[in-house]
Design a protein around this ligand. Sequence first.
Ligand code: TXA
Ligand code: MG
Length: 360
Amino acid sequence: MSKAQILPPTPENFALAAEALQRGEVVGMPTETVYGLAGDAFNPLALARIFETKERPTFDPLIIHVGPFARRVEDLARAGLIDEKKLSEVARTRANALMQAFWPGPLTLILPKSDKVPDLATSGLPTVALRMPRHAVAQALIAASGTSLAAPSANRFGRISPTSAEDVFDELGDRIDWILDGGRCEIGVESTIVAVSESGELTLLRPGGLAPEAIGKVAGTKLLTPGRSENSTSPQAPGMLESHYAPKKRLNLLPDSLERLQSLDELNLYKVTGRQIAVMVLFGSEDDARARFQKLTSIDPKVYILSRESNVEEAAKNLFKTLREMDASDADVLFSEPCAIDFGLGFAIGDRLRRASAKI
Ligand code: TXA
Ligand code: MG
């Protein structure tokens, strides 16, 4: 069994990784959101390898990462990625505005697909997911490979997304040869996914690293949510399964934030059975959280804080890393506060916590 090598981002290593991609192999690639498992988006063999390596079901389509050439929809059409003829004038204007405002960055756009994109990349859908990453290593790898790169998050299917090269190694180290090291991911949750319909309606398919408020503002229209649009044809994000981002240990969401909870007596059972509890708290200090938890139960938990400064971006950045740490700790059962923040990256944190704690 091969063991992956973590490669520092040197010119020789970019050349090595780019050659591997040109041969149809897959490479671990850093982005500003999470690490991706990259392969040539136009090579069906490479796409098949991505699905196989991740054990990902083929009904879950991939995001294609493009280089800095893509400033407008016509650039994507010229690169054989989208079918711009399907877009109305409104759709085209909105897509261009979003690309200009947020690319490179954590925004994925769903647009009508070109015939040149293999069906495997889009799971047979008539649309394709596209984004331009802003991480310098991802940009350099795309440039060196001379193609666009399909890249899902570099975790085994259903597991916690990786936010460092070491995380990728832990997830896929026995299945791939190379991981380019780009340090800790700056954003720490996946991109925000927005579908642009042919008529120009925008639907938020996945909350992520770009605040949804900012998107509506730039596009000059409200973002719809799946299933709630005027007509029932609003797109869904396939693969957005209820149970996702899951640690190996059971993660339970507390019914409310520690501060607001009145009672948690039922957890005392864990003490009786001698089981170790770890609890994730969004903001504040370890000492306060521990004292609060002990007031509600007789348990002394291991406490993990996402942001001592109560900063939502910092909390998002630490979310997956902290879930991994809790999973690797000697705690038997994991708890987390729910995320009550309904602005900015709070949507993404709440979404990931719900899925990570979903009962299968
Ligand atoms: O930040 C990110 O987006 C990361 C980094 C690596 O770029 N990538 C990522 O990929 O999160 P992945 O495979 O874990 O999530 C891709 C999701 C799919 O599960 C699906 O929900 C959505 O993108 N998607 C892809 N193509 C789509 C399409 N044509 N229509 C609707 N949703 C689509
Ligand atoms: Mg993923």
